[in-house]
Design a protein around this ligand. Structure first.
Ligand code: HEM
Length: 149
């Protein structure tokens, strides 16, 4: 992965006042209104967490062990939230749309490609962390239906 290009492009769009993650949620909820209900009313706290997650991933791109451990755990929590594979594609699309909008003329197709690959890789590792049946069973074992997985 092109770490330098990812860092350079993130520095371009992630200025303190650029509102990158806030704009990302606006685009996401506009294009995919059905995911709105999954999030709390105030997405600004969530936006800050997503921003710091993306910054940490870019910082640790050369650290496969960190990526696997961190993103598997993050993936397991997202399985519990009901996040499905197509939602990762939607999130990547809207994140890149927000970046390219804020980057304006300085945003290049190579940056789009680098982020498409990076966010695709993040989604793959997070999905690898999902339990085998893809959902977390919240029913206590003694109350599960006989024969149910
Ligand atoms: C690039 C992939 C993603 C990253 C890095 C990411 C990162 C995070 C982080 C850091 C949190 C904070 C809570 C925690 O650490 O468990 C979180 C929560 C959450 N994420 Fe993600 N996420 C990603 C993809 C998605 C997708 C595809 C969806 C579904 C559309 C999603 C929905 C949520 C929801 C619903 C919460 C809880 C929000 C709340 O409590 O209001 N995430 N995510």
């Amino acid at each position: 992965m092109d770490k330098q290009l990812l860092e350079r492009s993130l520095a371009l769009v992630d200025l303190p006042d650029s509102g990158l993650t806030v704009r990302f949620y606006e685009i996401l909820f506009d294009r995919y209104p059905t995911v709105r209900a999954m999030f709390g009313r105030d997405t600004s706290v969530q936006a800050a967490m997503l921003r710091s997650a993306v910054v940490s991933v870019v910082k640790h791109l050369d650290d496969a062990e960190w990526l696997t451990t961190t993103l598997h755990a993050l993936g397991r929590r997202h399985a519990g939230l009901g996040v499905t594979r197509p939602m990762y594609t939607a999130v990547a699309e809207c994140m890149i749309a927000a970046m390219s909008e804020i980057g304006g003329d300085s945003w290049t197709p190579a940056m789009t490609l680098a982020w498409d690959r990076a966010l695709g890789a993040v989604a793959t590792i997070m999905l690898d962390g999902y339990p085998d049946d893809g959902v977390v069973d919240i029913m206590p074992a003694d109350r599960r239906k006989p024969g149910a997985a």
